[in-house]
Design a protein around this ligand. Structure first.
Ligand SMILES: [Zn+2]
Length: 195
């Protein structure tokens, strides 16, 4: 079985969305055993947003049903800045914009592609479980209306996926697995399997 890993590696001092807490990953013990400590915001690297991120009294990520994290995924390759694809969808939608190639540079957080409202409405009409994208946000910089709309409809948002340019086929089974943590978001191990 061949899996494709869509996860960026969490490292010490990695680049963050402007204004987010800094990530610190350091060895605190190194004698008869090794022990690391991680201090990070939950929107660092490849991560999933749960409804509570924008919706008052919305679900925390530990309360999302496990079935929502695994499913048939449609991969959409889109090079426009405003993402508005047509055509059939699957229960999970993965958008490859090739923006992941800018990962690690400051320009990654500037002028990235984002979802159109029209496409967002189509995701809702199609009852998708979630949407994954290789940019730092589904929203235009300094906006949040796409986040609000998706999260209000209990559609999770997975941002900062890696390697999505490697998805040459269109049909995959995706596994986007967050921590069971009582919070508004979580780092995710994201991978897919060709079907
Ligand atoms: Zn986020």
């Amino acid at each position: 079985m061949a899996f494709i890993d869509l996860t960026h590696t969490l490292i010490d001092q990695m680049k963050e969305y402007p204004g987010d807490p800094k990530t610190r990953l350091r060895k605190v013990y190194d004698e008869d055993c090794v022990l690391y400590e991680l201090e990070t915001g939950l929107h660092t690297g490849t991560h999933m947003d749960a409804p509570l991120h924008y919706i008052k009294k919305g679900f925390t990520i530990d309360l999302i049903d496990l079935n929502n994290f695994i499913g048939k995924a449609k991969v959409i390759h889109e090079s426009e800045q405003v993402i508005n694809p047509t055509g059939p969808l699957e229960e999970i939608v993965i958008i490859n914009t090739n923006w992941h190639k800018n990962w690690g540079s400051d320009s990654y957080f500037v002028d990235y592609p984002y979802l159109s409202m029209e496409f967002t409405e189509r995701l809702i009409e199609n009852n998708v479980k979630g949407i994954a994208i290789d940019t730092c946000s589904v929203d235009k910089p300094d906006e949040d209306k796409i986040h609000r709309k998706l999260l209000k409809n209990n559609i999770w948002i997975l941002e900062n996926i890696a390697n999505s340019g490697k998805l040459k086929g269109k049909c995959y089974k995706s596994y986007f697995i967050p921590l069971k943590i009582e919070a508004e978001a979580s780092p995710v191990r994201a991978f897919v399997e060709r079907i």
